[in-house]
Ligand binder design. Structure first.
Ligand SMILES: [Fe+2]
Length: 179
């Protein structure tokens, strides 16, 4: 199970690392499912199981990226972009190969739920969900980026215009208005 918790309003150090789990307000898999998030676990190196999952869901591997100051070109700009609240018109599908990172998603009450993505986690964020990403203090993650069909990748920072986008409207109708 992916580790997930609600970020507190006075968000601080205890949200940054998970050494004091008892202090955290844990989010369940159900909390994530209600937001349209899918979660799978495939041991790193188990190519057969990974391929089976990809075939079943129609996911295709696009590339592998390493996010770390020494490895990612334009690190400051890129990491700032990942951590600014945004949405995509398509699913964001990530399989963590090494290291770890935080995937934050907004729930229907506008609270942040933070997921700690670790090796073997495969996370699927639905189109239209507001989210952001950052590495942990270790500053190291290797991710496989996956797509479905001929997805053209685009990211849109949250603003009034994104509220009117079709994928956002569909997301709201399916996961927010309905609950
Ligand atoms: Fe994203």
């Amino acid at each position: 199970m992916v580790k997930a918790w609600f970020l507190s309003k006075d968000f601080g150090k205890k949200d940054e690392v998970n050494f004091c789990e008892e202090e955290l307000e844990i989010a369940s898999l159900d909390d994530l499912t209600k937001l349209g998030i899918h979660y799978y676990q495939v041991p790193v190196g188990d190519r057969k199981s990974l391929q089976k999952l990809l075939n079943t869901n129609g996911y295709e591997i696009r590339d592998v990226v390493t996010i770390s100051r020494d490895k990612l070109p334009n690190y400051d700009e890129m990491t700032q972009r990942y951590y600014s609240e945004h949405l995509h018109p398509n699913e964001e599908i990530r399989y963590i190969i090494d290291g770890c990172g935080y995937f934050d998603v907004r729930n229907k009450d506008e609270r942040w739920i933070r997921m700690l993505g670790e090796p073997g986690d495969l996370l699927v964020l639905p189109a239209g969900i507001y989210h952001r990403f950052r590495v942990t203090v270790d500053d190291w993650i290797q991710l496989m980026r996956l797509f479905r069909g001929g997805t053209v990748w685009s990211a849109h920072d949250r603003n009034e215009a994104t509220e009117q986008m079709e994928p956002r409207r569909e997301y709201v109708q399916k996961y927010i208005a309905a609950h």
